[in-house]
Design a protein around this ligand. Sequence first.
Ligand code: PMP
Length: 366
Amino acid sequence: MRSALKKLPIDRIRTEVRSIDGYHLKSYDCPVKLNQNESPFDVPKVLKDQILDRVSKRQWSRYPDPMPMDLVETLAHRSGWNPQGTIVCNGSNTLVQLVLSVSTSTGTKVVIPSPSFSLYGLYAGIYGGHVVNVELTRDYRFDMTRILDAVTQEQANCVILCSPNNPTGCIVSNEDLEELLDSTDALVLVDEAYGEFSDSSALDLLPNHPNLIILKTFSKALGAAGIRIGYLLAHPEITREILKAKIPFDINVFSHVAAMCILEHDDLVEERVSYIREERDRVFEAIQSTKGATPYPSHANLILFEVHDPRQTFQALVEQGVLIRDVTSYPMLSRALRVSVGTREENERFLESLSQTLCEPVPARN
Ligand code: PMP
């Protein structure tokens, strides 16, 4: 019999963790899938065959490289940065977690604009961090004055800026970012998962700002979410510490080979990125001229838009085979939906279903 003093096994799990609601993504079976900001273009068959051929020549009984140096060097070189300041990991989400794991403990202040990518707050909370959310402006842009104030007043240890931001598509300009970097010694983590779809990148600021950390991924513009590769760029004194928390051999043989092969075919990526950017602008205008929908300008491969009854609109689209993202549970976004930019055909299916579904205009916000 359990004594009254004895703890339950669940009590051994930290309270911070138990109080957090995990990351959930409900799955729907829809032919048009515009809910995860993925690339609509698969890795071409010839490239897949090349990858599989190279993978089959590797010895699977052996561990992969603890750190795949050819991949690290290629990514560093493409970014105009040094390999010592570059970490490749099993997806950029893992890198968010790693950075927070070495910088956050109970009570550490982490400033995060809101709404933004939900995993930042979730991981910060898991390490016991105290998340200070700074709301975006009413038109869903970063409020840099308030972010700066929060970082200073709260003596934050870390700020996480998603630029372009998921789910709103806004960016932080390098001018604003530089001001922030110069006014604080907090770590400034800039997640550029959607960076290729915008004209802006914090890379130029890296040499002169040792508190800047940049994240990139293969999951969006590079069209390879399935291979789980992300990378981080920062000053070597920072990466040296982050590396201590990284699990060795996390990049498996397949992901390593696939990432190298994809990087050898840059032309394909450029072509696809410009297609998506053109489609994004076209879809934005089409939503804008759809009665009852208000889109917000985006620098990513996603568009946030407001409608009168988002849950009903979401459901109606699902019934027509079009899956987008219901973001109504995010702060400020009780009227919003988010759509990823797909192929022209997919976007057309979405736009047709949307205009069929909507009949009421969006009432003005208070
Ligand atoms: N950062 C942001 C802002 C994202 O929205 C996502 C995925 N939705 C990721 C990172 C995920 O990156 P990865 O697939 O490299 O883990």
